[in-house]
Design a protein around this ligand. Structure first.
Ligand SMILES: *Cc1c(COP(=O)(O)O)cnc(C)c1O
Length: 382
């Protein structure tokens, strides 16, 4: 599958597994196959590995190990937080979220609205930012949960999550943040307890797909989403995905060690790429707030092109990036994020997202700066 000249600029869709993560996992797929709930030695050894992983994840987040639940993905974490908040108090059946959430939140909120729950949707401006006064006004006495992502997966726009958390707390409501795109890219400290729930996903930080975590603040009551056995202190039933959880622990440890210099290096790659494209391709605009943005993401609108056609030509040259978000590719809908920012269908359909990561190099940027302008020029001529 791998081709030597693959140019992977789609790290917000998923990331390459770090070899150190895989090395840490393999013994748990080979010799250490015990069930962590078993009382004998090979079970207890595995339980110890889960405890280590929990410490590593909590270390990255600045919280206590007991505040981490392992889940099957970022989507499950988000669904579990929403489910818990709504199940907690029958008098609070209203949720507040934004128009630009990942489908994990967006679709869930739409389904809840169809089932009779009330949802207030916060709009964004042309930079992709929310208005904090509007948010404050949206929170009601019967609001069960405010769920707002930390960083947008399509544009990289960062919401002022600490300010949002303070507002929500002052209103006496629970707050969930989908931090899937932030964890491992920017430092997060949860020790002040203003966030009730936080979701993260392994495959966005160089761990395999199919594992995630949910932070639940120790003062927040939690109603389990998956019920059954007593795993995860009775908060998430089902025998643990041990190897992947061990991998997630390692991925978080690596992120904690490398984040500071990696953020600088990745930002430099992204900026050189973005500035290079803006200089060499006329009719190009950056989507979203350039200042409050993830260091790795560049969402660009190219006048007079169809992003699906660009993707095909880029793929032929080995370059992977995305139009809209990976989850909606294949459907004909223009990106809901770009449309919520007030852009026309046309601009949304002519936008591409490039997202850099740990395994990208200067040489990748050089090649991308060669390939992308050629492909755009070719399509504009045709
Ligand atoms: C990828 C992603 C998710 C979903 O995570 P999965 O582990 O794939 O379920 C949720 N939110 C954001 C912002 C994402 O980028």
């Amino acid at each position: 599958m791998d081709s030597p000249d693959l140019l992977y600029l789609d790290n917000n869709a998923t990331t390459q597994v770090d070899p150190a993560v895989l090395d840490e996992m393999l013994p748990f797929l080979r010799e250490h196959y015990g069930n962590p709930s078993s009382g004998y030695r090979i079970g207890k050894q595995v339980a110890q590995a889960l405890a280590t992983a929990r410490e590593r994840v909590s270390g990255l987040l600045g919280c206590e190990p007991s505040e981490i639940l392992f889940t099957s993905c970022g989507t499950e974490s988000t669904d579990a937080a929403i489910h818990s908040a709504l199940a907690l108090d029958r008098d609070r059946q209203h949720i507040v979220t934004t128009r630009v959430e990942h489908s994990a939140t967006l679709k869930t909120a739409e389904i809840l609205a169809r089932r009779g729950y009330e949802v207030t949707w916060i709009e964004v401006d042309s930079r992709g930012q929310v208005d904090l006064d509007e948010l404050e006004r949206a929170i009601r006495p019967d609001t069960a949960l405010v769920s707002i992502m930390w960083a947008n997966n399509e544009t990289g726009v960062l919401f002022p999550t600490e300010d949002i958390a303070a507002i929500v707390r002052q209103k006496g409501t629970l707050f969930h943040t989908d931090a899937v795109q932030v964890i491992g890219k920017l430092p997060v400290r949860l020790s002040d307890g203003r966030v009730s729930f936080l979701s993260l996903s392994g495959h966005k930080l160089h761990c395999p797909k199919g594992v995630g975590a949910l932070y639940v603040n120790k003062r927040t009551k939690f109603v389990p989403f998956l019920t059954g056995g007593g795993q995860e202190s009775g908060r998430r039933a089902g025998t643990e995905n041990v190897a992947s959880i061990v991998g997630l622990g390692k991925a978080c440890e690596l992120a904690a060690t490398h984040m500071d210099h990696e953020a600088i290096a990745v930002r430099a790659l992204r900026d050189r790429f973005e500035n290079g494209i803006l200089e060499s391709v006329s009719g190009t605009q950056v989507n979203g707030d350039r200042e409050h943005r993830l260091p790795n993401t560049s969402s660009l609108a190219f006048d007079a092109i169809d992003s699906e056609a660009v993707l095909l030509l880029l793929d032929q040259r080995g370059l992977c990036c995305s139009s809209g978000s990976a989850c909606t590719t294949g459907s004909l809908h223009a990106s809901h994020v770009l449309k919520a920012m007030g852009f026309s269908d046309n601009r949304a359909r002519s936008s591409l997202r490039f997202s850099f990561g740990r395994f990208n190099s200067e040489a990748d940027v050089d090649r991308a700066l060669e390939i992308v302008p050629e492909v755009i020029a070719k399509l504009r001529r045709s």
